[in-house]
Each structure stands twice: as structure tokens, then as C-alpha cells.
Design a binder for this molecule. Sequence first.
Ligand SMILES: NC(=O)c1ccc[n+]([C@@H]2O[C@H](COP(=O)([O-])OP(=O)(O)OC[C@H]3O[C@@H](n4cnc5c(N)ncnc54)[C@H](OP(=O)(O)O)[C@@H]3O)[C@@H](O)[C@H]2O)c1
Length: 480
Amino acid sequence: MIENSTLVLFGAKGNLSRVKLIPGLFHLDESGQLPEGMKILSVGRQSSTQGEWENEIKSMLDKKFKKGYCKETFKKFIARNLYHANLPDDPDAFKKFASRLKESNKFAQNLAFFLSVRPTDFALIVDQLADENLLDQSSGWKRVLIEKPFGTNLESAIQLQQSIAKHLNEDQIYRIDHYLGKSALQNILVTRFANSILEPLWNNEHIDHIQITNHEMLGVGDRTTFYDATGALRDMIQSHLLQMMALTTMEKPESFSPNHIRDEKIKLLESIRPIKDGEFSSHAFRAQYAAGEIHGEGKVNGYLSELENEDSITETYAAVKIFIDNPRWKGVPIYLRTAKRLHESGTNISVKFKNTCSLIGDSNNWFIFNIQPGESSTIVLTTKTPGLDDQELRLTKLEGSNRIDGDESIDAYEILMLDLLNGNQSRFLHIDEVKAQWSFVDPIINYWTQNKEKLHQYISGSADPESSKVIFEDPSQFWR
Ligand SMILES: NC(=O)c1ccc[n+]([C@@H]2O[C@H](COP(=O)([O-])OP(=O)(O)OC[C@H]3O[C@@H](n4cnc5c(N)ncnc54)[C@H](OP(=O)(O)O)[C@@H]3O)[C@@H](O)[C@H]2O)c1
């Protein structure tokens, strides 16, 4: 049960708030999850009257819920929502904001600050909150949710941490990776630990390798400036894919309490073997999409012409090989790959089991967590093809959807906002996870930055580039 509290949403007029956060809060309200007295104070940098803000909320909901929504809930939701303009040219803006928020007859003093602002604004806003004594917990708990990315490398992540840790304890900081709010990711630990047919096999004795994949048919679209400064490795692998790997490979936690889960993820991420000098070209591969054809879109341009910069060495395809230095995973390569403009879209974790029977030759045996589209689990077995030929084998797929008709559909951000209000940090990143993730990714970025050669080009709409196979540990391995 959520204690009565106030959610303060910084960046309320930004894209994320409009598309996900405000509609998500409405959905939570509709399903009775928000406490009666809870207020949502939206903070933006443009002035708006309360009436204008209410109209803006209405248009956000109209866009999101095309089939309509409950008018009664709308009334209740609007009554919770207030707007505050933090005008950039007003030196007293934060003072005015603080004195409004401290009106305890209007706002419960358990305060959850959601910083849906650009990363360069995180530290400044935390400083300003502290200056106005808004992080002091004597009048109620104070929590701060920081959007991603948390830093752009290890050094900047440490700097951001040092800056906010002057005012906040670790248990007040909620660092987001919204993938952790996806129900398909929450399912990984349950599937692993609740099913005794899996856990005894989940180790280097039985597993050949693991592939964690996120492929998109989409290109970078109108995000060229953001993307060119970020690249596929930072955008997807640095947090989303490493978190998926941590959930897939961590040891069993003492309990499913937030701290125990995070402790095991930290241990796992800190056990990633650093890539040594001289190993980068066999542990990491990058490429860029060239012009081609995408099913449903027709002919599309290449990345460099979309960017209008032929010299960019930013990767739109990244694949890395990871080894975990612990007894369970010794010698098992884990491949993480992500790409834009491939022939298909999908996110999954594919676990390949070893060939165990020399009598049968090449067996193909996988357990797959399908994350999106569709949430399902698949087992791939090698079986005999019916008929006279005893040697003819084929693959049998046993696929089960994790969703059945009537299952609730909750957006990742809704779950994470509830966690924030409930004080549950298990689906948020501890600073040690962030540091371990950057410690793995930074040396690859540095190696790639120093190596200014033109990148390998793959045709839009094609499968993984052939040269990406350079990272495979064994020639028998192939991309699923
Ligand atoms: N959009 C997504 O789907 C998505 C996905 C993952 C992560 N994120 C992360 O989420 C954050 C927000 O993304 P976004 O796409 O919504 O960015 P955005 O559209 O640029 O919105 C940020 C908003 O914050 C406002 N702002 C800045 N300082 C403020 C302050 N002191 N008080 C109140 N408002 C302030 C900005 O106002 P001005 O315009 O006046 O500066 C702007 O309206 C970013 O950190 C991003 O990396 C977004």
C-alpha cells in the first residue's frame, strides 16, 4: 500500500512525460493504484495556467487512449494534477516552487521527485532541491528518480554520483533502466528459479554459450544528433543488455527482496572479465547500416547519408563477447548484440546447450526468453524426422506465450513509478551496477574512438553482417 505522497514531475512538458508518464499515471489511477490524497505536481519551464495544463493533459490522454477513457477517472485525475512553472529567467524560481510544495495542507510531505529532464540537468536540480531543504527527511521520505543515461562514461557517472550523493543516500536514489520494468524481464528470475528443469542445467557444464539480442528494423530517424554522440554500444548494451545478462546469469539471491537481488546483480556485473589489450578486435565488432530496403518501408538511406556526415564512426551495429569470471560461467561466452535496420526486429535471450551425445552428431538445443515482440519462452529440441531415414533430424520448437487473454498490460514506466512510490529499488540500478557497466563498456569505446578506420557497412534489411562472426569463440557457433 502506497503511503500518501506527492509525485513531483520535473520536465512535465517534455516528450517522455507526455507520451509515457502522464498517461501512465492516469492508467494507474484508473486501476486504483494511487492513494486518494496523492497530488501530482508537474514542473515545467514554460508558464501555463492551471486550465491550460488541464487541457494539455486531456490532449495527452486523447492521443494515448484512442478508444476513449473513463470520464469519472479523468475528473479525479485532473483534481490531483497541478502545474508549476519554474521559469528559467526568474532567480527566485526554486524558492517559489519550494514554498508552494511545503504547504503541507495541500501536499503530502513524502516527496517523490521524478527527474524527466535532460541528463545535463540532473545534478543541478538535485542541488537546487537540497538548497531549498526539500530533501530533508524529517517531514517525510524524499526520493529522487534519475532518468537514463547515468553518465556517458565511468568518469562522468562518478562525477554525477559524487554530486548527488552530497544530498542523498543510496536508498533515496532511483536510477532508471526502464527495461527492468518490463514484465518479460521480471519473468527471467522466476522462470530460472521456480522451474527445477532449468536451474540444474544453468551452468558451464551444460551451456555452450548465451546470445542476448536486440534488433530493430527502424533506423535512427530524426534522432541523428543524439544517436551520433551515443552509438549502439552506449544506447543499448551499456545498460539494457547488460541488465538482461545479469538477470540471466546471476546467482540465486538469498530472497527476492530488493537488496538481495541487487547484491547478486552487482556481484555478477563486477565479475565481467575486462577485455585485454590486443583482444578488442576478437571481442567487439561494430558496423553501420548502408542504404537498402526494409520490409514495409521500401528503399531507405544509409546512416552516413541520413547524418550528412561521411566521416562518422558511430556504430549502428554492435556485438561484444563477455566472459564471467566465476565458477558457474567459467569458459562460457556470452554474446550481446544490437542493431538498427536489420531484416527483423526482436529482443531475446537465447541459451544454447552443449552437444551431449556424440552418437547423434550436431544437436541443436536452446532455451529462449522472447522479450519483445510477444512475451514467450521457447525450447528448441533436436528430434528425428518421421520416416525411414534414422539419420534425418529436425528441430522441434515448443513455444509458450507468457500472456493469456485477460492478462493485465502494464507499461514498464507505470511499474517503475509505483516502485518509486512504494520505495522498492529492486528494479532500479545501484551505483555499483552503473560503475561495473561503464567499466566494461568504456575500454571498448576508447578502442573504437582511437581506431578511426571507416566502419564495415551492412545493407539495410539484411541479416547480421558476416564479419560480426569474428567474435565467436568456436567456429560451430552461429547467430540465432
Ligand atoms: N523520450 C523517451 O522515450 C526517453 C526514453 C528513455 C530515456 N529518456 C530520458 O528521459 C529524460 C527526458 O527525456 P525527454 O525526451 O522527455 O526530454 P525533453 O523532451 O528534452 O524534455 C525535457 C524537459 O525538461 C524540461 N526541464 C529542464 N530543466 C527543468 C527544470 N529545472 N524544471 C522543469 N523542467 C525542466 C525541459 O524544458 P526546456 O525545454 O524549457 O529546456 C524539457 O521540457 C532524458 O534524460 C532522456 O535521456 C527519454
